[in-house]
Each structure stands twice: as C-alpha cells, then as structure tokens.
Design a protein around this ligand. Sequence first.
Ligand SMILES: [Zn+2]
Length: 142
Amino acid sequence: MNALFHIETACSLAQVRLRVDIDRRTLQARLATVVEFAQARARLGIGPVVLSRAGYVELPGFIRCPECGGPLAADVFEHNVDTGMPDTFGVHLCCTELQEELAEARATDTVPIWNHNFLPFQWAAINRLATEWLQRNVRVAP
Ligand SMILES: [Zn+2]
C-alpha cells in the first residue's frame, strides 16, 4: 500500500518535471528559431516587410497583450517619409482578442474603443519591444 503510494507520487513528480522540461525546451527552441530567422534574413539581404500604406500589422507571437495574453496588432500611423520606418511614437498596439472592435475599425477606418485599460506602466515594455520589432521589420511605402 505504502509502496504503491510512493510509486504514484514519484510518477506524478516525474510527469510534472517532464512537462516543465518540455515547456522550457520548447520556449528555447522558439526563441532560437526567431533569432536564426532574423540572422538568416540579414545574411541573405532580405529586407523588411513593406506596407503599401500606414495601417495594421500583425505582430509575431512573442509580442503578446500584457492584459490578456492575446495576439497583438500594431497600427502604424506615423513613419519617416524618406525611409518608411515607423516612428517611435507613431505606433498604437491593438489586442486582436478584441476582433469585433478591430474588424469594425478596419471597416470604418476609425480608431477602435478598447475595453482593456491600457495603463502605461503595463504597456511600456511591450510598446518598446513592438516598436523595435516594427522598426527592424516593417517599412511603409509611399
Ligand atoms: Zn488583450
């Protein structure tokens, strides 16, 4: 009886350790893929994604909504006219979990009214990360 309990406990702990190890390795592999892809693109001279005009860009999966963890889109509304690079303060982030509002904003070309709080201290780090990513990866065509 006691031995069976110990075996079951040991198995449960081993399963938890295995899950933690798999999650850790998965995250490492994802990050390595992002870095390798960026390095390969730079090595091959492949330029940034070009938007035909300022607008929404879906951000990569490692940039998530700090309020709900959902995917984010960026609204690039200001850019350098010479280089097409998004301006540091010319980007709004939008949580795409709020699909209805985003769809309506796209359809009517208006600014959506979000039910997230968008508190600056919650969003500052993700804003910076997203803007850096956009400036590396996105250009707005005239
Ligand atoms: Zn969200």
